[in-house]
Design a protein around this ligand. Structure first.
Ligand code: SF4
Length: 260
């Protein structure tokens, strides 16, 4: 598998891993989070189209490993001076796990720091393909109740737990749980407590909290899809701080947006 379907490349990012990074967004995601800010990435690993400002545009292009290496090596100096590197995002990276593994392997040969973002929603076999070549995993934890997770986002939270547990056994990998703070879905008291219990039982000392935003809303119009979160208010700073304090009282450092 020497080609991957990529729907975006973002250079000079200071989110999603340490230092200055290039983010490569791989297309395809089996989940259906109502708050998704990259709805163009969802569903199958195949190009799609949207209509933006009256023009039809293709989303997703097949890119070879060599093409992507040329792209990311333009910023190698920034990775080295800032402690950055390359992050594979999505969509869900595990949808293209063979390609991701081959690409990450090449990055490691070049000594570049590698990170992936994942929801851990497939059998552990897929993540095992990547782990020899990954330095850091930004692992999304969303809804902990099994039936609620299945109903709202279409993921079996048992599978998510298994992937998370497996990653914790890989001592060479830094695992950072990331929790999207989504009103009505992830921020209710029960879910926050379940998250805290899950993390403290595994002696996790740090999480990143990602407050809900509306940045992806116009993409739903381009795609002709309904955006169910359009009337949902973003959280106030006080509400965010209240949630942060709950994690910190349990001994878990909570970093807002991964930037504090
Ligand atoms: S896992 Fe990420 S890309 Fe997939 S639907 Fe949820 S928010 Fe969107």
């Amino acid at each position: 598998m020497d080609q991957g379907l990529v729907f975006n490349i973002q250079r000079y990012s200071v989110h999603d891993g340490g230092g200055i990074r290039t983010l490569i967004f791989l297309k395809g995601c089996p989940l259906r989070c109502p708050w998704c800010s990259n709805p163009e990435s969802r569903k199958k690993v195949e190009p799609t189209t949207w209509k933006k400002n009256g023009k039809t545009e293709q989303i997703g292009a097949w890119r070879s490993i060599d093409e992507l290496l040329d792209e990311v090596l333009k910023d190698e100096i920034f990775y080295r001076t800032s402690g950055g590197g390359v992050t594979l995002s999505g969509g869900e990276v595990l949808m293209q796990s063979e390609f991701a593994s081959a690409f990450l392997q090449e990055l490691k040969k070049l000594g570049i720091h590698t990170a992936i973002e994942t929801t851990g929603c497939f059998s552990v076999t897929r993540i095992k393909r990547l782990t020899p070549y990954v330095d850091q995993v930004l692992f999304d934890l969303k809804i902990m109740d099994r039936s609620e997770a299945k109903k709202v986002i279409g993921v079996d939270s048992e599978t998510v737990r298994e992937n998370f547990e497996y990653l914790l056994t890989q001592e060479q990998i830094q695992v950072i749980p990331r929790i999207p703070l989504i009103p009505e879905y992830t921020t209710n008291e029960k879910n926050i407590q379940q998250l805290i219990d899950f993390l403290t039982a595994r002696k996790i000392g740090e999480v990143h909290l990602l407050p809900f935003h509306q940045y992806g809303s116009s993409k739903y119009d381009y795609l002709g899809r309904e955006y169910r979160m359009k009337d949902v208010q973003t959280l106030t700073r006080t509400e965010i701080d209240t949630i942060k304090a709950k994690f910190e009282r349990a001994g878990i450092r909570a970093n807002i947006d991964g930037l504090e």
